[in-house]
Design a protein around this ligand. Structure first.
Ligand SMILES: [Zn+2]
Length: 261
């Protein structure tokens, strides 16, 4: 079987044990999308991988890739960038973990996406230094912009049904993928009302770079409305997002608090 030697930038999404000395590593790569790799000997005392396979590290990886194979062989991973402060604070830890989890769940197929990789990298970098109130906005901004890359952006400017422009909030319908005007177009029970402030915030989150989010976040950021709309949208459109992820962010903060660091 033909083997291709692939060199690509990637983010380490997660890694877990395989046998005594190896790791399975999920990489989101610039050129080949999500690749699951085996790193042989990565847990041995003289591992050549060092700390490069920790989640959230951006690496330059060399992979021996066989197309018919589920697990690829990771030959080399050099650290390009990493942000230790993400793992020293429960709020940063939870949001950074949600970025990695998004890619692990949402990115499938063989298509690489260098722009999505860079967006995720910039989001992690911004989260490592941002003030606490901005962390949530950086995460939601990442999710909305990543959905655009995946061709799944929610419709927020005109009613899904009558196409009239929306200027006073609307009824958010997760499954139909955006907003209804509410009069005359109503929901079917699964839609819920969001305010004009929340609608404008969702739009703005789709436009700001992660680095600019900090200075932009408004005083009355409508956090609960934004979280609810984004979470419901993700669970409606990405089959592997079961349940509300905001509760998992909470769980992650709790497990952080319990873990001996
Ligand atoms: Zn309408």
């Amino acid at each position: 079987m033909a083997v291709a030697i692939v060199q690509t930038d990637a983010l380490v999404l997660r890694s877990y044990r395989l046998g005594e000395t190896s790791l399975i590593v999920h990489l989101f790569t610039a050129d080949h999308g999500l690749l699951r790799c085996v790193a042989k000997g990565a847990r041995g005392p003289k591992s050549r991988f060092g700390a490069s396979l920790e989640p959230g590290v951006r690496v330059n990886a060399v992979i021996y890739r066989k197309f018919a194979r589920d697990l690829q062989l990771l030959s080399k991973a050099d650290i390009v960038a990493y942000w230790p402060s993400l793992w020293e604070d429960p709020d940063r830890f939870a949001r950074a973990g949600a970025v990695l989890e998004f890619l692990d769940r949402a990115a499938y197929g063989e298509a690489g996406d260098a722009e999505l990789l860079d967006l995720a990298t910039q989001s992690l970098a911004s989260m490592s230094t941002a003030s606490h109130p901005a962390l949530e906005a950086i995460l939601r901004g990442f999710e909305i912009q990543a959905l655009k890359f995946l061709g799944l952006a929610p419709e927020l400017t005109s009613c899904l049904e009558c196409r009239s422009p929306l200027e006073r909030g609307g009824l958010f319908h997760p499954l139909r993928g955006g907003l209804l005007c509410g009069a005359p177009c109503g929901g079917d029970g699964s839609a819920f009302r969001i305010s004009e402030r929340a609608r404008k915030t969702l739009l703005a989150l789709g436009d700001h770079t992660p680095a600019s989010m900090e200075s932009w976040v408004m005083e009355r950021y409508p956090g609960p409305e934004v979280s609810r709309a984004v979470e419901r949208f993700l669970s409606a459109h990405l089959e592997r997002f079961e349940g509300l992820r905001s509760s998992r962010v909470g769980e992650r903060i709790e497990s952080y608090a319990r873990s001996p660091r």
